[in-house]
Design a protein. Sequence first.
Length: 214
Amino acid sequence: MSDELEGAASGAVVYVVDDDPSMRDAVTMLLRSEGLQVRAFASAQEFLAFPMLDVPSCLVLDVRLKGQSGLAVQEHIAAAELSLPIIFMTAHGDIAMSVRAMKAGAMDFLAKPFRDQDMLDAVAQALARDKERRGSGRALDDLRARYASLTPREREVMAFVASGLMNKQIAAEMNLSEITVKIHRGQAMKKMESRSLADFVLKAEALGLRSSRT
């Protein structure tokens, strides 16, 4: 396995949807030869009914499927907010179809027959993107959990700090002493695991905090 693919594929799964058995098997064998975990489906209905695994993933999807087109599957995934990177493949693609798929967020569009390496490269990029997205999502979830542990006063101080106010100004806004504001800010920074004021502000901005009083 290439370094790029190995780095992206740790614990990952690739979903393959194609109603052509020979193509479905060929893509599945190619990906498994690189050590990837693959789940293959003969129809959109089978895939959509499958419980998604909570690991970095991507979807290799044929554009023309019996019963439901690949583009319709893409719309369903978007509507369900699954954020699953999609690599389209087709033997009948045209420019308009490619543009529609890419505008809707497709990672790549491979015309059959495609080179094995092109597929492997596309899958590596798609898995890397999903891995990065999941990492960012977990970091934000952790940030929200830490913020939830703050007292109402600490949250208010954090919002004022994010708005650019100094301790003296915050004290005036909250009708508190400056030393009390410093205590609240110190406790908030400790709970948010911020070793510097700059990091504290960055975390506040990531949470979308800004005081309504400023």
